[in-house]
Ligand binder design. Sequence first.
Ligand code: HEM
Ligand code: HEM
Length: 177
Amino acid sequence: MINDYTVIQKVLHWLMAGIIMLDLFIAQKFGNYMEIADRLESRVDHSTMGLLVLTLFIIRLVLRMIYGAPKEDSTSPVWQVWMAKIAHGLLYVLMGLLVGSGLLTAVSATSSTEVFGIFDITLGRMNDEFFDFVRQFHEFFTEVMIVLVVIHVVAALYHQFIRRDNLLLKMLTFKRS
Ligand code: HEM
Ligand code: HEM
């Protein structure tokens, strides 16, 4: 079995981590009062970025199926190995739910949302109640994702600085092993 993620898997990990964390932070403004014009413009930018994340997510899933994950560290307690597997699985599920619910929110919007400034992804004939209904699921998934990412980062720092097994450093090393 392989003992490291491939370079492309690592690049995708950090690229997606950067975009998702930025979006988690920036898109919080949708929860506050916004001028309608500003909101619609931001919604287009956010949805365009979201579609990019959706594309990267699909590529990442396919690569994960092809290349798998590194063999677990045999010195780690069994419960930690299982916790890591479950946490990584949940992060994948949440990434899927986040982009899926985001897409559903965008297509349910009552004002046109022209992604990449080219095509409108809204389905039309929706009402604001339905948009708000779908949007609350997207909002809920963003909150669950924040909790998972915090746990994930704490675990990465624990490995790097307490267990000192260089897990984080390995994830940041972009050369073939
Ligand atoms: C990269 C993953 C994503 C993250 C982290 C994210 C994050 C967020 C957050 C934090 C909000 C505000 C929720 C609130 O507090 O009310 C939001 C709203 C929204 N998101 Fe996403 N989102 C993501 C993906 C997507 C995708 C793929 C789409 C569509 C293609 C999308 C479309 C929307 C729309 C339409 C809204 C509502 C905007 C409004 O209220 O005017 N999101 N998103
Ligand atoms: C939105 C943010 C993030 C998401 C969704 C995420 C998701 C994931 C996933 C699913 C894996 C398993 C590898 C794979 O199959 O791709 C992973 C591995 C890893 N992540 Fe993240 N990650 C995020 C941010 C971070 C951050 C900020 C750090 C560092 C502080 C980090 C450190 C690591 C490390 C060290 C591994 C390797 C773990 C191992 O081999 O057991 N991640 N991440």
